[in-house]
Design a protein around this ligand. Structure first.
Ligand SMILES: Cc1ncc(C[n+]2csc(CCOP(=O)(O)OP(=O)(O)O)c2C)c(N)n1
Ligand SMILES: [Mg+2]
Length: 933
C-alpha cells in the first residue's frame, strides 16, 4: 500500500503552482535545511562536507532540470515518489505542518490587479476617516459610549478588496455571497454604507445611540436591531467561525437535496486572530475539510493583538494557525509581507532574511511596527542587524523607505491575489492568514500599541496627522471637529464604488426576508394525538418523534423539515428515520453499513434529510441557525427540529441560542431526556432541572413543558402556523421526557389554554368544603394527578388539577398586563390570564415541576393566593425515578404534604393533621435539603 503523501507532510497549498519560489526557496516546509536547523539534527548547510555539498548540488541540479523541462507538476510527483521511497526505507522526516514565514503566493504568481489602485486607496481612506470620526465623535459626546477604531483600521484593505472585487450582492445571479464581518469592525462597514449612500450622516452621528431621534446604529452586527442590514451577529467571539462553517455546509445540504440550485455562492468569515483562541473557532475546522467546503473562505486578520496585548507575544500566531488549518487539510494562504519586501526576499539567496523572519516572535514584530513610526534606527539595528548580509539589505534603503515597509494585509495586490486563489480553490476550504497592524494609521498614539483596542478618541494633532496621512480634504480649521466627509455623488470615488457594487449585484451586507408563507399541514395530521393513546403507555419523546415522522411524510412540508441530532437519535427512538429519510452526507455512502440487512440500517445519502452532527451540540445549533434563517439567507423556508439532551442545551450553548434569537431564526428546539428526576440513573451532569429557567430570558423564544401528546401536537401545530404562515420572528423550545404513560384525550376547549400556558385539566368531582388547586407540568403532571387522588380519597379535599404548559408564557402575559395597568392608571385594570384562571378557583395552590422552583415561582405574584412551589433546586443523583422524586421532594406525597400544610397555614385544618400525614406518607421532617446536598 502506498503511503499517503499527506501523512508525511506534503503541503496541500499551491497545488497549481510550483513548490519552488522565485528565489528557489522550497516553501512547503519551514524545516527546509537552508533556512532552519533540521529538527532531526542533520543540518544540510552547516555540517556538510565537501563531498556532501557536491552530492547536494547534483541532486539540486537534477531537480532544476526536471523543473525546467517538465514543469512543477512533474517535479511534485517526483518529490512525492522520493518521499514515499524514503519512508519505506525507514527515513522518516519530522512532520512539520508549517511553511516558511513568507507569502504563500510568490510575486510571479500574483495576478494582475484589475482595479484602479489610486481610486480604491482614496475610497479606503474615506472609509477609514469616517469610521474613525464616528467612534471619536460618539465618545466625545459621551465618553462611556465605547466603540472600536483600531480593528477596522487594521482590516480596511482586507474588507475593501472584498467590497470592490469579490463580495457578490443579492442581485447577483448567484444569489449573493454570505459574509460574516468581524463584529467590532462594524464602524468600517457603516462608514462604507455611508459612502454608498445607504446610511445618513444622522445615522453615523447616532452610532451606539439607537434610541435617538432619526435612528442610530447598533454597536455590532445585530439583525434583530437592523433587520434590513445585518445578517449575522458575530461579536460574541468564536460563534462566527463556527456558524460560517455550518452555513457553508448547509448551503451544500440545500443544493444536494434540490432545495436550491448550486450557484457558486461563497461564505466569507472575517475573524480576529485573538478570536481564534475561542474553542468554537477551531472546533469545527476538520468538518469543513471533511465536507470539502470549497465554498468557504476564512480571512483571519492577524494584527497580532487582541484586547489586552499580543495574541502570541512569544510565538507566532500565523504559524500556529497555519499548522492547525493545514493539519485539518485546509488550503492555507499566508499574506505576510507587502510588495516592498519582494525585492529583499528575491535577493535572499542564502535564506538569512527568511531565517530572521522565521525566528522573530510576534511580540517583537509588534515592537518593530511601533518603532517604524518613530525616528531612529531600531528596525535597522535589530531586525536587519547582526548579520552583514541583512545589514546590506537595510543599507540599500533610506529611513523613509524602511518605515514604509508594509505588511501583507495592507497590500491590496497581495490581498487580491489571495482572494482570487481562494475563489479558485477546489474541494477544500481556504483560510487566509493576513498579517496587519492593529490601529493602522492611528499614528503614534494608537498604532500597534497594547492599549490600541480601547482607544476611542484622537486629539487634534492626531486627527490632523490622520487627515494628512490619508489625504482627507478637510481643512485645519475643521479637522478638530472630526466632520464626516462624503464626496459628491458624481465624484470619481462615489461613481467607482457604486459601479463596482452594481456589477457585483448590490450592497453588502443586506438582509432580506423574502420567503413566502407556507401552507399549513392538514388538520388531520395532528388528529390522532388529540385522541389519546387508549391506555397505551408512551413518552412525550415518542410522541414528538411520531409527529416529526408524520410531518416528514407531509406532501407540502415534508421536504422542508430538517431533523438535527447530535449523536442521540437512538436515545430518542428516532433510528427509524435513518432508513426512512436518510442521513445527509455529501459523499453519499462509500461503505456497506454493518446493519445493511436490518430494516433500520444506518443509511447515509447525498440527498439524506437528517443532519446527524455527531457529538457537537454547538455544531448542531449552528446547523439549526443556518436552517432556521434559511428563509432570509436563501429564501427557503426550512423548518429545523433540533433534538438533544436538554441539559446540554441552554446550559452549554446558550450563547448560540441567543445568536439564533438575534438572527430571528425559526424552528423547534426539543430538549429531550428532560427533567431532573425523570432521567433516572444518569445523575448530576445529565439531569436537567435548569433549562426552562435558562430559556426564560431569550425574548423571542416560546418555551413549553408539555405533559401530554395532545399538548405537544397543539404547540407544534400552532408553532408552524405562527412561524411559517404568519412569519413571526419567534422560535420554540419544548421539553420531551422519556417516561411512558397513557396519554389522555384532549379535554374540550383546552387548545387556547395550552398555548397561553395553562388550562384546567381535571376538575374535582367532589365538594368537601376544603379545596386545593394543583399545578403540574411535564411528567410531574402524573405525580400531581396521583396527589389529587390521594388528597380526595384520604383527606377528602376537593382538588382541581391544572396543566401548566408554559410558565414563561404566563409570566410574560402577566408582565404585559401589569405594565399596561401602570401606564393607564385611569382605566379599569386588566387581569393577567393566570389570575383569571385561578381567581375563582377555591382553596390553596401548589405547583410541582421537574424544574427548579424558580420556574413556577415566576408566576406566583399573580396567583391570587400564596402558592407553594415544589421543584428541583440542587445537583441530580444517579438513582431511580421514584427515589429521585422523593429526594427532590416533588412526588405525590410531597404534593399532598404541601397542600395540607397550605390548608393548615390558612387555618383550614390543624397542624397535627399535617404531622400525622407526614408519618403516613413516610416523610422525614429532618431529611437533608436537596438544594444544598
Ligand atoms: C466571547 C467574547 N469574549 C470577549 C469579547 C470582548 N472582546 C471584544 S474584541 C476583543 C479582542 C479581539 O481581538 P481579536 O480577535 O484579535 O480582534 P482584533 O480587534 O485584534 O481584530 C475582545 C476580548 C467578545 N466580544 N466576545
Ligand atoms: Mg487581533
Amino acid at each position: 500500500m502506498e503511503t499517503n503523501p499527506q501523512d508525511i507532510g506534503e503541503a496541500p497549498v499551491r497545488e497549481d503552482g510550483p513548490s519552488i519560489s522565485s528565489n528557489g526557496a522550497q516553501r512547503d516546509d519551514s524545516g527546509d535545511a537552508r533556512y532552519l536547523p533540521d529538527p532531526a539534527g542533520a543540518s544540510a548547510s552547516g555540517d556538510e562536507t565537501e563531498l556532501d555539498k557536491v552530492e547536494t548540488d547534483e541532486w539540486l541540479e537534477s531537480l532544476d532540470y526536471v523543473l525546467q523541462t517538465r514543469g512543477p507538476d512533474r517535479t511534485k510527483t517526483l518529490l512525492r515518489h522520493l518521499q514515499v521511497h524514503a519512508v519505506r526505507a525507514g527515513v522518516v522526516r519530522p512532520f512539520s505542518a508549517n511553511t516558511p514565514y513568507i507569502n504563500t503566493i510568490p510575486l510571479e504568481k500574483q495576478p494582475a490587479f484589475p482595479g484602479d489602485r489610486n481610486i480604491e486607496r482614496r475610497i479606503k481612506s474615506l472609509v477609514r476617516w469616517n469610521a474613525m470620526a464616528m467612534v471619536a465623535r460618539a465618545n466625545r459626546e459621551d465618553a462611556s459610549i465605547g466603540g472600536h477604531i483600531s480593528t477596522y483600521a487594521s482590516a480596511a484593505t482586507l474588507l475593501e478588496i472584498g467590497f470592490n472585487h469579490f463580495f457578490r450582492g443579492k442581485n447577483d445571479p448567484c444569489g449573493g455571497d454570505i459574509v460574516y464581518f468581524q463584529g467590532h469592525s462594524a464602524p468600517g462597514i457603516y462608514s462604507r454604507a455611508f459612502l454608498e449612500g445607504r446610511l445618513t450622516e444622522k445615522n453615523l452621528e447616532n452610532f451606539r445611540r439607537e434610541l435617538k431621534e432619526g435612528g442610530g446604529l447598533s454597536s455590532y452586527p445585530h439583525p434583530w436591531l437592523m433587520p434590513d442590514f445585518w445578517e449575522f451577529p458575530t461579536v460574541s467571539m468564536g460563534l462566527s467561525p463556527l456558524m460560517a462553517i455550518y452555513q457553508a455546509r448547509y448551503l451544500h445540504y440545500l443544493e444536494d437535496r434540490g432545495l436550491k440550485p448550486a450557484t457558486g455562492q461563497k461564505v466569507w468569515a472575517f475573524l480576529g486572530d485573538g478570536e481564534m483562541d475561542e474553542p468554537e473557532s477551531l472546533g469545527a475546522i476538520t468538518l469543513a475539510a471533511r465536507e470539502k467546503l470549497d465554498n468557504l473562505i476564512f480571512v483571519i486578520n492577524c494584527n497580532l493583538q487582541r484586547l489586552d496585548g499580543p495574541v502570541r507575544g512569544n510565538g507566532k500566531i500565523i504559524q500556529e494557525l497555519e499548522a492547525a488549518f493545514r493539519g485539518a487539510r485546509w488550503n492555507v494562504i499566508k499574506v505576510i509581507w507587502g510588495d516592498d519586501w519582494d525585492p529583499l526576499i528575491d535577493m535572499d539567496d542564502e535564506g538569512v532574511l527568511l531565517q530572521r523572519m522565521n525566528e522573530t516572535v510576534d511580540g517583537q514584530y509588534q515592537k518593530y511596527s511601533v518603532e517604524t513610526l518613530r525616528k531612529g534606527d531600531y528596525v535597522r539595528e535589530h531586525f536587519f542587524g547582526g548579520d552583514p548580509r541583512l545589514q546590506a539589505m537595510a543599507d540599500m534603503m533610506t529611513d523613509a523607505q524602511l518605515h514604509r515597509m508594509r505588511r501583507g494585509g495592507h497590500d491590496p495586490e497581495k490581498v487580491f491575489a489571495a482572494y482570487q486563489a481562494a475563489m479558485e480553490c477546489k474541494e477544500r476550504p481556504t483560510v487566509i492568514l493576513a498579517k496587519t497592524v492593529k490601529g493602522y494609521g492611528l499614528g503614534e498614539g494608537g498604532e500597534g500599541r497594547n492599549v490600541t483596542h480601547q482607544q476611542k478618541k484622537l486629539n487634534e494633532d492626531e486627527l490632523k496627522e490622520f487627515r494628512t496621512r490619508f489625504e482627507i480634504p478637510i481643512s485645519d480649521e475643521e479637522v478638530a471637529e472630526a466632520p464626516f466627509y462624503r464626496p459628491a455623488d458624481d465624484s470619481p470615488e462615489i461613481l467607482y464604488l457604486k459601479q463596482k457594487r452594481e456589477k457585483l449585484g448590490g450592497y453588502v451586507p443586506t438582509r432580506r426576508s423574502v420567503s413566502t408563507p407556507l401552507k399549513p399541514p392538514p388538520e388531520d395530521l395532528f388528529e390522532e394525538f388529540l385522541q389519546g393513546t387508549d391506555g397505551r403507555e408512551v413518552s412525550t419523546t415518542m410522541v414528538f418523534v411520531r409527529i416529526l415522522s408524520k410531518l416528514l411524510r407531509d406532501e407540502g412540508l415534508g421536504k422542508l423539515i430538517v431533523p438535527i441530532v447530535p449523536d442521540e437519535a437512538r436515545t430518542f427512538g428516532m433510528e427509524a428515520l435513518f432508513r426512512q429519510i436518510g442521513i445527509y452526507s455529501h459523499a453519499g455512502q462509500l461503505y456497506e453499513p454493518v446493519d445493511r440487512d436490518s430494516l433500520l440500517y444506518y443509511k447515509e445519502a447525498q440527498d439524506g434529510q437528517i443532519l446527524e452532527e455527531g457529538i457537537t451540540e454547538a455544531g448542531s445549533m449552528a446547523s439549526f441557525i443556518a436552517a432556521g434563517t434559511a428563509y432570509a439567507t436563501h429564501g427557503v423556508n426550512t423548518i429545523p427540529f433540533y433534538i438533544y439532551y436538554s441539559m446540554f442545551g441552554f446550559q452549554r450553548i446558550g450563547d448560540l441560542i441567543w445568536a439564533a434569537a438575534d438572527m430571528c431564526a425559526r424552528g423547534f428546539l426539543i430538549g429531550g431526556t428532560a427533567g431532573r428526576t425523570t432521567l433516572n440513573g444518569e445523575g448530576l451532569q445529565h439531569q436537567d432541572g435548569n433549562s426552562h429557567h435558562l430559556a426564560y430570558p431569550v425574548p423571542n423564544l416560546l418555551t413549553y413543558d408539555p405533559a401530554f401528546a395532545f399538548e405537544m401536537a397543539v404547540i407544534i401545530q400552532d408553532g408552524i402556523r405562527r412561524m411559517y404562515q404568519e412569519q413571526e420572528k419567534i422560535f420554540y423550545y419544548l421539553t420531551a421526557y422519556n417516561e411512558n404513560y397513557a396519554m389522555p384525550p384532549m379535554p374540550e376547549g383546552a387548545r387556547d389554554g395550552i398555548l397561553k400556558g395553562m388550562y384546567l385539566f381535571k376538575r374535582s368531582e367532589m365538594d368537601s368544603g376544603l379545596n386545593a388547586q394543583l399545578l403540574g407540568s411535564g411528567t410531574i403532571m402524573n405525580e400531581v394527578l396521583k396527589a389529587q387522588e390521594m388528597l380526595e380519597e384520604r383527606y377528602t379535599i376537593s382538588t382541581d388539577v391544572w396543566s401548566v404548559t408554559s410558565y414563561k408564557e404566563l409570566r410574560r402575559d402577566a408582565l404585559e398586563v401589569e405594565r399596561w395597568n401602570m401606564l393607564h392608571p385611569d382605566c379599569a385594570p386588566k387581569s393577567p390570564y393566570v389570575t383569571q384562571c385561578l381567581a375563582r378557583a377555591p382553596g390553596v395552590c401548589v405547583a410541582a415541576s421537574d424544574y427548579v422552583k424558580a420556574t413556577p415561582d415566576s408566576i406566583s405574584k399573580w396567583v391570587p393566593k400564596p402558592m407553594i412551589s415544589l421543584g428541583t433546586e440542587g445537583f441530580g443523583r444517579s438513582e431511580s425515578r421514584a427515589s429521585l422524586r422523593d429526594f427532590f421532594e416533588i412526588d405525590a406525597r410531597y404534593i399532598v404534604l404541601a397542600t395540607l400544610y397550605s390548608l393548615a397555614r390558612d387555618k383550614k385544618i390543624y397542624p397535627e393533621l399535617v404531622n400525622k400525614a407526614m408519618k403516613d406518607l413516610d416523610i422525614d421532617p429532618e431529611k437533608t435539603n436537596p438544594m444544598i446536598s
